[in-house]
Structure formats: C-alpha cells, structure tokens
Design a protein around this ligand. Structure first.
Ligand code: NAP
Length: 175
C-alpha cells in the first residue's frame, strides 16, 4: 500500500530553493515516528535536500532506520545504502515483489513525486501548517475532498519551538 506523508501551508506550499519553508520540530518528530521501520520513497531533489555540508552545499542523506528508495531519471545515479529506481513502473514492480500487501510504503516528496503518486496513494498523512508562504516555489496538488475522507485530526498549537499551529490529519481514499 502507498501512503503519502507531507507538511503543507494554507495554500499547499511545500518548499523553496530545494528546502523546507519552516522549522517545525513537532512535525519532524511526527514524521520520524510515522515512518520509522518503513519504506520511504523520495525524488532525487528531496534526497539531496536532507543534508548540507559545512559550506551549505546540499549533499543528501539517507534516513536512518528506514528502507530508502530514491527516484531519478539519471541512469548513472547510485547511492550506497539506498535502492534507486528510474521510473514509476520500476518502483511499482519493486514494491510488488518486496512489500507485503498491507505494508505501508511512504512517499515523502517532493513536489514532482507527490504529483506522480497522489492518484495511486491509499492514505494521506498531512500536516496542515497554519501559515501562508508567498515565496514558496513548490506546491502539493489540490486535495479533492470528494475522493478523500478525513479519519483523524490532532492539533498542536504553536509554541516556543514551533512558530505555526499544526494539525496532523489523516485521510483515507473514498474512491
Ligand atoms: N513540505 C514537505 O513535507 C516536503 C517534503 C519533501 C520535500 N519537500 C520540498 O520539495 C522540494 C523538492 O521537490 P521537487 O518537486 O523540486 O523535487 P522532488 O520531487 O523531490 O524530486 C524530483 C526529481 O525526481 C526525479 N523524478 C521525477 N519524475 C520521475 C520519474 N517519473 N521517474 C523517475 N524519477 C523521477 C527526477 O530526478 P533527476 O533529476 O535526478 O532525474 C526529478 O528531478 C524541496 O523544496 C523540498 O524541501 C517538502
């Protein structure tokens, strides 16, 4: 099964300059706890964005305690410790062969990859960040409420470490 996990602003904002728009430790903890021990699937750009060297250059990082799968169209791209796939079909084949039917596989971004999987996903874990981010460059696709039923909502008011109110919502596909 395919789940999407994402944090979005009020206008579906996702990121800018290949980075996030906020620093929300409560959401990071939620992400770690939800995906721990599972498979995470990401685009090459999101992979790159996960760590920087001392000069601020993005160098990429595998997420520990998770099976990491990276999607790229660059056939020369390899990464020790990760599985690399070069198309959606290749990814779907790999999951069919290596993942149980009820096992959750998490699409973790970014914008291009969410667009490719929104119609294939069974479940959405969406952190609604209560803010607007006019300088965003990458957006999550519109959530069609006729297709998704909200089954859970957990609210976390802003605090000293988290500048914005957050809602951890879960949606199941209706159709
Ligand atoms: N708010 C959130 O929860 C969240 C989560 C994750 C990421 N983000 C943000 O999203 C932004 C990155 O998103 P993005 O849209 O620029 O990039 P992305 O979706 O992370 O990665 C795009 C890359 O995926 C590969 N790709 C795309 N389509 C493919 C296909 N059909 N088959 C195989 N590979 C394919 C390509 O890699 P190659 O170019 O190597 O071929 C493409 O450049 C960043 O700002 C990041 O911080 C936000």
């Amino acid at each position: 099964m395919i789940s999407i996990i994402v944090a979005i602003g009020k206008n579906n904002e996702l990121g800018k300059k290949n980075d996030l728009l906020w620093n929300l430790p409560t959401d990071m903890k939620h992400f770690r706890e939800t995906t721990r021990g599972r498979t995470v699937i990401m685009g090459q750009k999101t992979f790159e964005s996960l760590a920087k060297d001392k000069d601020g250059k993005q160098v990429g990082k595998l997420l520990p305690n998770r099976r990491n799968i990276i999607l790229t169209q660059d056939l020369s791209f390899k990464k020790e410790g990760a599985e690399v796939v070069y198309s959606i079909d290749e990814l779907m084949d790999l999951l069919e062969k290596t993942s149980g039917k009820d096992e959750e596989n998490f699409i973790i971004g970014g914008g291009m990859i969410y667009k490719l999987f929104i119609d294939k996903a069974d479940k959405l874990y969406i952190t609604h960040v209560n803010g607007e981010f006019p300088d965003a460059e990458v957006f999550f696709p519109a959530i069609d409420k006729t297709k998704w039923q909200k089954i859970k909502s957990e609210k976390h008011p802003k605090d000293e470490s988290n500048k914005y109110d957050q809602e951890f919502a879960e949606y199941l596909r209706k159709i």
